[in-house]
Write a protein that binds this ligand. Structure first.
Ligand code: FMN
Length: 191
């Protein structure tokens, strides 16, 4: 038997990312966002959905830029803090000892401590309801060199990424398979 529920958001797990942004006057913020996702491969595009009452909203709207910073086990506390405190009251960079660094692609800052920084420019703002969706183009990505192997391949599993599911943060579990593993032929055992 199943219970039937009224419409609601139950698409989990999702990422919980830290979005950094800054106006031309240097007013900057970090907002934690779970309503985010990839929407197009080519051109690379993603979205973040933000409530207009967030302090960061005006920065995002004014600057038309932001950086999506992936979050890790080490950054879990900062992720939660940046999602519960407002830049109206605190300087989140200072309080969480996060380092503001110039993005290689846009004027908005990256968070140095995050292993992957995705610099974006806003393409459209869709006023959906409680949240406004910032549909954006990815301008470039910065990745910690520590995550690259000797051939320059990215080993993202080394980053300790976290996800968010129904109010709780989780670290990723063990690998279950690789893309396409369900249709791969098994290697024959050598005799
Ligand atoms: C895990 C998590 C996910 C969140 N996701 C969103 C989101 O997708 N959109 C949003 O507007 N607020 C979201 N929030 C709430 C904001 O991060 C929070 O209100 C923050 O304090 C706003 O900061 P600001 O006022 O400095 O912009 C989330 C909070 C947490 C803890």
């Amino acid at each position: 038997m199943k219970e039937t529920w009224k419409p609601g958001n139950m698409l989990y797990p999702v990422p919980a990312v830290m979005v950094s942004c800054e106006t031309k006057d240097g007013d900057s913020d970090i907002i934690t966002i779970a309503w985010t996702g990839t929407v197009c491969t080519n051109p690379p595009m993603l979205y973040i959905s933000v409530r207009p009452e967030r302090y960061s909203y005006h920065i995002l709207k004014e600057s038309g830029e932001f950086v999506v910073n992936l979050t890790t086990k080490k950054l879990a506390k900062a992720t939660d803090y940046c999602g519960t405190k407002s830049a109206r009251d605190v300087n989140k960079w200072e309080k969480m000892s996060l380092t503001k660094e110039k993005s290689a692609f846009i004027d908005a800052p990256i968070i140095k401590e995050s292993p992957v920084n995705i610099s974006c420019k806003v393409d459209q703002i869709l006023e959906l309801g409680s949240h406004h969706m910032f549909l954006a183009r990815v301008e470039g990505v910065q990745v910690d060199e520590e995550l690259l192997d000797e051939k320059g391949r990215l080993n993202l599993e080394k980053a300790g990424l976290i996800s968010y599911s129904h109010g709780q943060y989780f670290e990723l579990g063990k690998v279950l398979g690789r893309f396409g593993y369900s249709i791969m032929r098994k290697k024959r055992k050598k005799r």
